[in-house]
Design a protein around this ligand. Sequence first.
Ligand code: NAD
Ligand code: DAU
Length: 336
Amino acid sequence: MRLLITGGAGFIGSAFVRLALQENWVGRLVNLDKLTYAGNLENLSSVENDPRYRFVQGDICDTAQVIALIEEEKPDAIVHFAAESHVDRSILGPAAFVETNVKGTFSMLEAARATRLARFLHVSTDEVYGSIDEPHDADEEYPLKASSPYSASKAGSDLLALSYYTTFKMAVTVTRASNNYGPFQFPEKLIPLMISNALEGKPLPIYGDGMQVRDWLFVDDHCRAIWAALTKGAAGQIYNVGGSRALPNRAVVEMILEAVGQPSSLMTTVADRPGHDRRYAITTEKLEKATGWKALVPFEQGLAETIQWYRDNTAWIARVRSGDYQAYYTKNYQSR
Ligand code: NAD
Ligand code: DAU
C-alpha cells in the first residue's frame, strides 16, 4: 500500500505514521502537513530516516500542490487527518476552522477526483452529533447537531466527503472518533493540559461543574480503527470509533491528580465553555462487525502510559509551551 496522509505531524496523524511503519502496513507513506502550531516534526523523529517515509510541508488548501504530489507519488489511498482540531480555539477564532476543515477538505477531495484516486478516508469526530441525552448513544444514522464552529466545520466536511461518494462515485469512507488521548498530544486538550499543569503544581481549570461526559479512546486504538476502516470498511460508509469508556471530566482529573501525587485542591472552577456539549456517547458496533476492530487499551492503562510519557518528556512539553502557547493560554483562561 502506498499512502498519502495529511496532518501527520499532529497528535493522531503522527501516531498513525509511527504505527503504520512499525506494523508494516505500508510500503510508502507520504505525510503532507503545513506545520501549524499543532504540527511538530519532533513527534516523528523516530521515523524520519525510514526510507519508506517522506515528509512534505504544504497546505491542503493548495489543490495544485496536492495534485502534483499525488501524480508524483501515485498513492493507493489518502487518509485525511489535517484539521484545526481544538474547540476553544474555534470559539476564539472560527475563520481558520472554515478555511482548513471545510475548504481544505474540499481541496483534498477535488485533488483526489482530478487524479482518479482509488480510496479516500476522511477522519472525523463524534462531536458532529452534538450533545447526546442519556440513555441514548449515537449510531452512524444519528442526526448531526454540531455546537461549536469546530464541530460544525467537521460536519460540513463530512457531508462534502460523502457527497463525493454519492455524486462522483469516489470511494470515500468517513470515521467519527471520540476523545483521543495518549503521548505527544498538544497540551491544550483536557488530558495533556491537566497532566502538564499537575506535574508543575499549577491550577487545573475545570469548565463549569466539570460533570460533562466524554468517551476516552487511546490514540493507537483510533489509528488501528482507521486502518481497519480503510482496508476492510466499505466506501460510502461512516464508522464511529469509540473507547467505550465514558467518564465525567472531574473523574478523569481526579485520576490524574492521584497518579501525579497532587491534591484535589489544584482543581479550579472557571467559567464554562460557550455552547459546551454535556455528553458524548457513541456506538461502535458497525465498525466492529464490519472489520473485527475492537478498542484494546483500558483507560487506566492508557492513562498511566500517557502520564509516564509526559513525566519522561518534560523538554518536549517545555518546547511546545513556549512562544505562541503562552498567548493562547492567557487569551483562553485569563478572562474566565
Ligand atoms: P492536531 O491539531 O494535533 O493536528 C492537526 C495537524 O494538521 C497538524 O499537524 C497541523 O500542522 C496539520 N494542519 C492543520 N492545517 C493544515 C493545512 N491547512 N494543511 C496541512 N496540514 C495542516 O489534531 P489531532 O488531534 O491529531 O486530530 C487529527 C484529526 O482527527 C482531525 O481531523 C480531528 O478533527 C480528528 N479527531 C480528533 C480527535 C481528538 O480527540 N483529538 C477525535 C476525533 C477526531
Ligand atoms: O469528541 C472528539 C473531540 O474531542 C475531537 O473531535 C476534538 O478534536 C477534541 O478536541 C475533543 O473535543 P473536546 O472539546 O471534547 O475536548 P477537550 O479536550 O477540549 O475538552 C474535553 C472536556 O474537558 C470538555 O468537556 C471541556 C473540558 N475542559 C477542557 C479544557 C481544555 C475543561 O474542563 N478544562 C479545560 O481546560
